[in-house]
Write a new protein. Structure first.
Length: 312
């Protein structure tokens, strides 16, 4: 069967949101009068979401479950959804209903106008801590500045992508994925539409600070060498200071001044440089570790159960 729209929702312990998600997505999609499928990717849930997904799939043939062998993380869950999707347009949506399914018709309209990526920009966000808002805002701006790809500000993964874009994304098998960056990188005709991001319907965020930090690191290392260049900059900066300091100290000594004498000065200089060197080593390590992960070439995710037909 030819499918027009694929909706992908990654699910990690979202049992209290699933029925509502299914209900709202079905309502919107049925009103659009095109064929559609809802791919629910269970990312190693342990709260009974898995059983619920199977049940939904039994009741409604639009629902296609992809069930992971363990938790692989949000970005990989969405990746699996993309791999299994069959639609001419693919929509990625969070399962906690922070992204309103009711926005899909507007996205589809833009797609029909010829845009190949329609991303949703969070004009307002409800029910989130100031810490999350602040770190998120900082993160988007930092990424925008230092990466070579112009990744739209304040846009999450909630977006519609044309089949052409999805096929390119599916051919990019990098492990440490930052999907919104990848979908900006591919090019094509892109446009943003604004929406109000609602509060989570039920449950807790599945993105603690640790995961947010990982995602930010993946975004930065996948799309820029900036951290490595910072190390180079610090190298030149320290060497520059040293070169300037030598004649100054010679002059001070010759004129009998006691300034910059003693251990404290030496200690500070050594600790400072030692610190900078260790940080640079750590940064280098981040890149090398990622290189190592790519070299191992393990599968991106492991599925326990998946629909027979995939998009490819
Ligand atoms: N999620 C997932 N695997 C994870 C963490 C999150 O599949 O390891 C899913 C989660 O179920 C939700 C989406 O990713 O559908 C976004 O997560 P969340 O709402 O917790 O993030 P936030 O909106 O707080 O940034
Ligand atoms: Mg959420």
């Amino acid at each position: 069967m030819k499918i027009t729209y694929s909706i992908i929702a990654p699910i990690y312990n979202e049992k209290d949101n699933l029925h509502e998600l299914h209900r709202r997505v079905s309502e919107v999609m049925n009103s659009m009068g095109q064929t559609w499928e809802l791919i629910l990717v269970d990312d190693g849930s342990s709260d009974g979401s898995t059983e619920l997904i199977r049940e939904l799939a039994k009741q409604d043939e639009h629902v296609r479950p992809v069930i992971f062998a363990r938790n692989f993380g949000h970005q990989l869950a969405v990746t699996a959804g993309l791999d299994y999707s069959r639609g001419d347009a693919v929509i990625i949506i969070d399962a906690d209903l922070q992204d309103p399914p009711e926005l899909i018709p507007q996205m589809a309209e833009k797609w029909q106008e010829g845009y190949e990526v329609v991303y949703a920009v969070r004009a307002e966000r409800e029910g989130e801590s100031w810490f999350k808002l602040w770190t998120a805002s900082l993160f988007y701006r930092l990424i925008y500045r230092i990466t070579d790809v112009k990744i739209p500000l304040d846009a999450g993964d909630f977006r519609l992508m044309d089949r052409k874009v999805v096929n390119v994304m599916n051919s990019m098998r990098e492990r440490h994925r930052f999907l919104r960056g990848m979908s900006a990188w591919v090019g094509f005709k892109q446009i943003g539409i604004e929406y109000k991001r609602a509060a989570r319907k039920a449950g807790e965020t599945k993105y603690p600070f640790r995961k947010m930090f990982r995602l930010a690191l993946n975004a930065i290392t996948s799309f820029s060498y900036f951290p490595l260049q910072v190390a180079t900059f610090f190298g030149f900066f320290s060497a520059g200071i040293a070169i300037l300091a030598i004649p100054v100290v010679i002059y001070l000594r010759a004129s009998g001044s006691q300034a910059f004498f003693g251990q404290a000065t030496t200690l500070i200089a050594v600790l400072f440089l030692g610190g900078v060197q260790l940080i640079s080593l750590g940064i280098l390590g981040e890149y090398i570790g990622r290189l190592y992960d790519e070299a191992k070439d393990r599968p991106l995710y492991i599925v326990r159960e998946a629909p027979e037909e995939s998009g490819q």
